[in-house]
Design a protein around this ligand. Structure first.
Ligand SMILES: C[S@@+](CC[C@H](N)C(=O)[O-])C[C@H]1O[C@@H](n2cnc3c(N)ncnc32)[C@H](O)[C@@H]1O
Length: 444
């Protein structure tokens, strides 16, 4: 009876502090349980919660930080719980989000502990309230020791990823892990006049033309949003579509297009773009984005593998992948993906690439890209493609294709960005890890 009464009160705006912790703990638990994306999970749960923008923002910051520092948090809990980390995701979510506030966020320790204890009581776990109190208090007391042992690669990166990156990127692996912990800035692609928009928005223009903002303002409140002057797109994600150099009047197909960052780039160059995605919800977002940007594109809601179209002048395949290049923004993916997921993704990419090849006209261009750091989804995928498809030749990239980022061009002429890349002209806040390769189809 008392629990039900408390629960009703806590869900009302009168107790927004508790409600925001509940949202964060539920989101973390559900992501872990379903191995789902935090962005989508949070959006859905936040719609059900009656929180204002500020409290929802706090809940989101707690959930993102929990995943960004999940290795440190889980180790701290494991070492302070006699039975090891909770197997039950709901309890792990509650403890981990409490620890995230104590260790990494500007929340007074006593408030973080008190709210976690109250959450345990209102979530039907009054018997665990004492344990929550004891463990979180101990974490607060031992904060310095915990943080001293928190190495980005050894602790805050899952073992399988740390092993792979050490093997493939050697001495750069710790810098990659460090960049993931630092998070990302807000990068925008603008329709025209980046210098003007950088000035209006208080940002800087990177050497590749992206406008980078470091201050955090809700996107819809920024100048130019309503009039469709720009769209959100990481500096590295903005590169592959440019490699197609799509021109006015050309027919271009964007395979796996939603939510449409690359579609917008192609359409704003005057190309006639067909955007394909199999997800209805994501394609809806793409259409809304194009409407805001006042860009006209054709859309097809279908599996690329089932597509029937005449060949195109230029084809972009931004293939579904492990997304290990985007952990600065989506740190949850590190803890929900498994090494065993890779082979299925690689197989799908291979089939999608074969389809992309069939959709490219003789003398046409094809760009393949993934936001992955794993060579199977990049360098090895395209090496195998060239063996299967002698009708294609590489169209290597040169330093001029990526101004200020020549270290991202491989000896083969592929693009390989790493999350810590970018000197002073990139504002020092890194970029997504991307792979891209460009090909030309021989004439018949
Ligand atoms: C990496 S995201 C694309 C991002 C997008 N290119 C952009 O720049 O905004 C991959 C997309 O591929 C779509 N997808 C995955 N497999 C697909 C398939 N077999 N056919 C069509 N779309 C697919 C997903 O729905 C998802 O929207």
């Amino acid at each position: 009876m008392a629990k039900a009464a408390f629960s009703r009160t806590s869900r009302s705006p009168a107790d927004p502090g508790l409600a925001s912790r509940r949202l964060a703990a539920h989101a973390v638990a559900e992501v872990l349980r379903r191995r789902a994306s935090l962005d989508e999970t949070f959006e859905r749960l936040a719609r059900q919660a009656t929180l204002d923008e500020r409290d929802a923002g706090l809940a989101r910051a707690i959930a993102v930080t929990t995943f960004r520092r999940f290795g440190t948090i889980r180790t701290a809990l494991t070492e302070r719980l006699a039975k090891g980390p909770p197997k039950d995701e709901a309890f792990l979510g509650l403890l981990a989000t409490g620890a995230a506030q104590i260790l990494f966020l500007d929340v007074p320790d006593h408030a973080a502990v008190d709210l976690a204890v109250r959450l345990a009581r209102t979530e039907g776990r009054p018997g665990l309230a004492g344990l929550v109190n004891a463990v979180l208090r101990r974490i607060a007391r031992e904060r310095d020791t915990i943080l001293a042992g928190s190495d980005p690669l050894r602790v805050d990166t899952p073992e399988w990823l740390a092993r792979r990156w050490s093997r493939h990127y050697g001495a750069a692996a710790p810098a990659i892990a460090e960049a993931h912990r630092a998070g990302g800035s807000l990068d925008l692609s603008v329709r025209s006049d980046p210098a003007l928009w950088a000035e209006r928005l208080g940002g800087t223009v990177l050497a590749t033309g992206t406008v980078r903002l470091t201050q955090r303002t809700p996107i819809r409140e920024l100048p130019g949003y309503g009039e469709g002057a720009w769209w959100v797109q990481d500096a590295a994600a903005a590169l592959p579509a440019r490699f197609l150099a799509a021109g006015p009047g050309e027919r271009v197909i964007d395979l796996c297009a939603a939510p449409g960052g690359k579609t917008a780039q192609l359409a704003s160059r005057g190309a006639h773009v067909v955007a394909v995605d199999r997800s209805e919800a994501r394609l809806k977002r793409l259409r809304e984005n194009m409407e805001r940007l006042q860009l006209s594109v054709e859309t097809r809601m279908t599996d690329v593998l089932a597509l029937h179209e005449e060949p195109f002048d230029a084809v972009l395949l931004d293939a579904p992948c492990s997304a290990t290049g985007t952990l600065r923004r989506n740190p949850d993916a590190a803890w929900t993906k498994r090494e065993s997921d890779l082979s299925q993704l690689v197989e799908l990419q291979t089939r999608l690439l074969d389809k992309a090849a069939a959709l490219t006209r003789p003398e046409g261009r094809l760009v393949y890209c993934t936001c992955s750091l794993e060579p199977e989804e990049g360098e090895r995928q395209v090496a195998a493609f060239l063996e299967r498809h002698p009708e294609f030749v590489p169209a290597p990239l040169g330093p001029d294709d990526v101004p200020g980022l020549s270290e991202a061009v491989t000896p083969e002429g592929w693009l390989r960005t790493l999350p810590h890349y970018g000197g002073p002209q990139f504002g020092g806040t890194g970029m997504d890890g991307f792979f891209a390769a460009r090909f030309r189809r021989r004439s018949v």
